[in-house]
Write a protein of this length. Structure first.
Length: 428
């Protein structure tokens, strides 16, 4: 390949390299998920349907106009057409009918208005349910994001462990070559290195699985063509029990949804009870009919008062059913509030535990590094043995993994608290 062609290939590869090195924060990933997740599109469509049902209910309050046209052929006697009792000869002739009808509810004691209010409250409940789905998507992205960060860090620990075990193997080989260490030191170091390499393969695969999980959580159809920013090291968040509970009671969309559903049921009960009362409507009808044009005109204009005298107990049963549904919602709301309280308190306890775990893990990591340094020094001078060295190495790996898990546990606990209170306490 000529120098010019190599340069052209390199220039073409620059955009790919730039995209590969692109990193997105947690907030950017959440924004992608809110745009891409199909579950949110489905929830938005459900809310739109609920809003249309409000207009469907309101239509009953507006004038209703219909028009019709009928062209037919009739076979009848002239006497039957005019209603006389004669025996005129029957004949076949064309007949046309056209007309328009207008109706308007004048007064129904507010029944339709209460049905409109019920539909509006139901639409508010659907909007709150959409917010619940929104919060679920955000929480799922946070979990996948932190799990991927943990996979990255544990992969780094595994690669560092392989390098250290290789160094220990070289050290044992060198001491054996000069007669200062037995052959078992080499084989022990080789076993440790093989185990570290196996753990490295697992860690690398966990990174691939984590990226795929994040891609699916974001709702992306194609591959994940960017990396993420490591945000595990963040300042601690302090939240009191009272503040967290107040936020949860005010913000949780599940509670708002149940409250809206209760308002809808109350309005429906009022509307159903109005079936016992009379209703007044305006009716108007204009028709033109005949066998020849111009057609003969006729019209009707008047008011209609209707009252259900007896319908077999249907209205009473409908009211009873609606009241039972309302009591069911009230019981569900109380149970949901209790569950929200439990979730918030559990989230706070887990958050505080994970914050303390980070401090303990930091001490353990510091001690593990010091212990490994001492074990390496002792082995080099011939005071220690290979078992002591490998034990120190294993302890350090465990300490590093524990610190990663503590950091991820804290961030996950904070995300859980944010979901249980429906409030974001900070951004990355």
């Amino acid at each position: 390949m000529t120098r010019g062609r190599r340069l052209a290939v390199a220039l073409l590869a620059l955009p790919l390299l730039a995209r590969a090195e692109e990193r997105k924060t947690l907030e950017e990933c959440i924004e992608i998920a809110l745009r891409q997740q199909p579950t949110l599109r489905a929830a938005a469509a459900t809310v739109a349907a609920g809003r249309e049902r409000v207009w469907e209910t309101a239509a009953a309050y507006l004038p209703q106009v219909s028009a019709s046209y009928l062209a037919s052929r009739r076979h009848a006697s002239s006497s039957s057409l005019i209603g006389s009792g004669g025996l005129g000869k029957a004949k076949t002739f064309p007949f046309y009918t056209t007309g328009a009808t207008l109706s308007q509810v004048l007064f129904d004691f507010g029944q339709n208005l209460e049905l409109i209010h019920a539909a509006q409250a139901s639409a508010e409940a659907l909007a709150a349910d959409e917010q619940t789905q929104h919060d679920t998507v955000v929480f799922n992205v946070q979990q996948a994001y932190f799990a991927l960060l943990a996979a990255y860090r544990l992969r780094d620990v595994a690669e560092e462990t392989v390098a250290q075990n290789q160094k220990h193997l070289d050290l044992a080989q060198g001491r054996h070559d000069v007669g200062l260490a037995p052959r078992i030191d080499i084989t022990t170091a080789q076993v440790q290195l093989a185990q570290a390499e196996l753990n490295q393969l697992t860690a690398r695969n966990n990174v691939s699985l984590g990226r795929e999980t994040l891609r699916n959580t974001l709702g992306l159809m194609g591959p994940l063509d960017f990396d993420i920013v490591d945000s595990l090291e963040q300042p601690r968040t302090e939240v009191s029990d009272e503040e967290a509970l107040d936020l949860a009671y005010a913000n949780r969309p599940e509670l708002r949804s149940l409250a809206a559903q209760e308002r809808a049921d109350i309005e429906r009960i009022k509307a159903i009870e109005k079936d016992y009362l009379p209703k007044l409507a305006l009716n108007s009808n204009v028709t033109w009919n005949g066998s020849n044009y111009p057609l003969q005109e006729g019209w009707i204009f008047g008011g209609l008062v209707s009252l259900s005298v007896f319908n077999g107990g249907l209205t009473r049963a409908q009211v009873g059913e609606a009241k039972a549904n309302l009591e069911n919602l009230r019981g569900t709301e109380d149970a949901t509030r209790n569950n929200v309280t439990l979730e918030v308190r559990q989230s706070l306890l887990n958050l505080r535990q994970q914050a303390e775990s980070i401090g303990v893990a930091d001490k353990g990591l510091e001690q593990g590094r010091e212990n490994l340094s001492l074990a390496e020094g002792r082995y080099k001078t011939g005071v220690g043995n290979i078992i002591e060295l490998t034990d120190a190495q294993v302890a350090l790996v465990s300490a590093e993994a524990s610190r990663v898990q503590a950091l991820v546990g804290y961030r996950t606990a904070l995300a859980t608290l944010e979901r249980s209170t429906a409030h974001r306490f900070g951004t990355d």
